[in-house]
Ligand binder design. Sequence first.
Ligand code: PMV
Length: 349
Amino acid sequence: FTIQNTTVSESCPSNIALIKYWGKYKDQIPANPSISYTLNHCRTNTQIEFSANESFSVQTFLAGKEELKFAEKIEKYFRNIEKYLPWILKGKYIIKTENTFPHSSGIASSASGFGAIAKCLMRLDEQFSYESQDSSIANDLSSFILKKASFLARLGSGSACRSLYSGLVVWGESEEVSGSSDLFAVKYSDDEIHSVFKNFNDWVLLIHEGVKSVSSTVGHGLMNTNPYAERRFQEARENFVPMKEILKSGNMEQFIQLVEHEALTLHAMMMMSEPAFILMKTGTLEVINKIWDFRKSTHLPLFFTLDAGANVHLLFPNDGSEKQIKSFIESELLQHTQNNGVVKDVMIW
Ligand code: PMV
């Protein structure tokens, strides 16, 4: 096959886990299965200009600004995936990328970022490897190509592999989800999901914008020596049983209990690590307590999940109660953010 100069662009959303992935083995194999919601508005848009027959180099621009550290990371990533894309080290790359949401906002830009890069790489692969085929795969990435994109995204950032599909997505082998794999993510069957979960808000309160004190790479690593790790991995696997039933039945109360438990367990694992670390801030705890008080007095379905950071993902369905919930958020919760920072997304499909 021939390799030519070419430019490809792709967009990929971020995702937020409901059952969390925290702890991994060699080659980005997760210690337990996880399930996430794929966001809509919070995306990374990436363009790759590939110049063939030049010596291998990577230049990266984030929102127009050259980023040398990011280029180093991508270069290492490309070398690592050469066994799956044999042409990858045969040219020069200019990668221009921008996020539609604020930087270090606690919305996983590594998930959307590696998702978008993996999709771009599959576009290039398509051109180089399947050049003579008809163009029926030109608009949408075919299911095989999406699976490979998910596989490649995983090798960049574990949770990124879940961003390749819309709706609810599972990564990691689970007896409860047929076709699930440690190597790539699969879409959770829409037929198995009650309609109340298909029109859901995720509003991220920006409690603390800034670099995290402990990166997720280090955090995952600390699970290797965490005395509670095995129990946690087992619990996450077991949580797929009630999750599956809840998703089918639409039991919101049980969904809330399970999702909040997962979020707090993630942070409990951080506190039980050696050395311990805490990524929540005072504002995180204040918001959690206010959510619990609000639920107690109104019985409305506002609840939270957390990523590996201080920001709070507020989850609530569009089921008729959202107007009252939104006004509570604006009047009571925004005050705990820096600069009234909130990123509003919605998962509808
Ligand atoms: O994708 P990573 O390796 O940065 O890990 C992130 C893991 C969490 O976001 C904290 C949880 C998850 O399942 O997404």
